[in-house]
Write a protein of this length. Structure first.
Ligand code: PLP
Length: 314
């Protein structure tokens, strides 16, 4: 397997968050924020760590074009476009849904980075996969070499990006008890679990996949040398609410809390749900008052500016 290409700025900082800690009921010196929103490339976010591995595979295979899929506000699609630009490749993004009358958020950045967009109305995961394959064939027909990146950029190989993040965290915050992270397509949590063990990682489900436990288990099974009992995995499914695209009351409250205590902005889909999950874990004792806790800020802020719930936050 190829070595990762460097697309970001490492290590990302860790900041202590005493005001947020006190507001959620933790000891003031027990909460840190791992700033993976500051990974550097293309507005930053967790997908950069995964893309360092995926793009290494693409380059090793002689790819000319990265082809991937996501929702209209996919952070993964935006960062795939940015990674392609950085590496002199093309990007084709298959987006589920109809093009909006007024593009916003990630969608605008996809175009600024030069990606080609293909829209698929009424997309199911299967139809998205089929359309990605059609687009890859179109690239071949035009004489190019496509490299297909699966939904959310999650594979057992790209999860190594979060094994790296776990290693950074072990030196930045000795004696970590919990890391709380949003769960979408799963490789972020999988890599952290591979490094830190199942007991120290809490994944807060965002509703992006039907069965997050099975998705995570499969990613971990594909990682050499990683042995985890599925029963030990900690996935919190209480923050999905009305669904992936909804702005839940808990997420809106979490966005205000992080903004008002630490001047840190969260996105409505992933990081706000993750913080809402952390708040709930402290409230019911899954995280103890003095437990050394890391909130992983995985980025995603551009999505706020394309989210239907934006006016409710003003
Ligand atoms: C901002 C943000 N945070 C977290 C996640 C979840 O990461 P993963 O798909 O690896 O579970 C995503 C995935 O789309 C994301 O965009």
């Amino acid at each position: 397997m190829p070595a990762p290409v460097c697309l970001g700025t490492w290590p990302t900082p860790v900041e202590s968050a005493p005001r947020l800690a006190a507001a959620v009921g933790l000891a003031a010196d027990a909460l840190w924020i791992k700033r993976d929103d500051l990974t550097g490339l293309g507005g930053g976010g967790n997908k950069v760590r995964k893309l360092q591995y995926t793009c290494a595979q693409a380059l090793a295979a002689g790819a000319t074009t990265l082809v991937t899929s996501g929702g209209p506000q996919s952070n993964h699609a935006r960062l795939t476009a940015a990674a392609a630009a950085r590496l002199g490749l093309r990007a084709v993004l298959v987006l589920g849904g109809e093009p909006p009358a007024v593009p916003g958020g990630n969608l605008v950045l996809d175009r600024v980075a030069g990606a080609e967009l293909a829209w698929l109305p009424g997309a199911t995961p299967e139809r998205l996969r089929d359309e990605v394959e059609c687009q890859a064939q179109r690239v071949r027909d035009d004489g190019g070499v496509p490299h297909v990146i699966p939904f959310g950029g999650s594979t057992s190989f790209s999860a190594r990006g979060y094994l790296d993040c776990g290693t950074e965290l072990l030196s930045q915050v000795p004696g970590i008890d919990h890391v709380v992270v949003a769960f979408g397509s799963g490789a972020t949590m999988a890599g952290l679990v591979a490094c830190l063990g199942a007991g120290r990682v809490i994944g807060v489900d965002t509703g992006a996949v039907a069965d997050p436990g099975a998705t995570l288990g499969e990613l971990l099974d594909g990682m050499p040398g990683v042995r985890v009992r599925w029963a030990d995995l900690r996935i919190d499914r209480e923050q999905v609410g009305a669904g992936y695209a909804a702005l839940t009351p808990g997420a809106a409250a979490a966005m205000r809390l992080a903004g008002r205590t630490e001047g840190i902005f969260l996105d409505p889909t992933y990081t706000a749900r993750a913080l809402a999950g952390l708040v709930a874990c402290v409230a019911d004792g899954r995280i103890g008052h003095r437990d050394r806790t890391v909130f992983l800020h995985s980025g995603g802020l551009p999505g706020l500016f394309g989210h239907a719930g934006l006016p409710q936050l003003a």
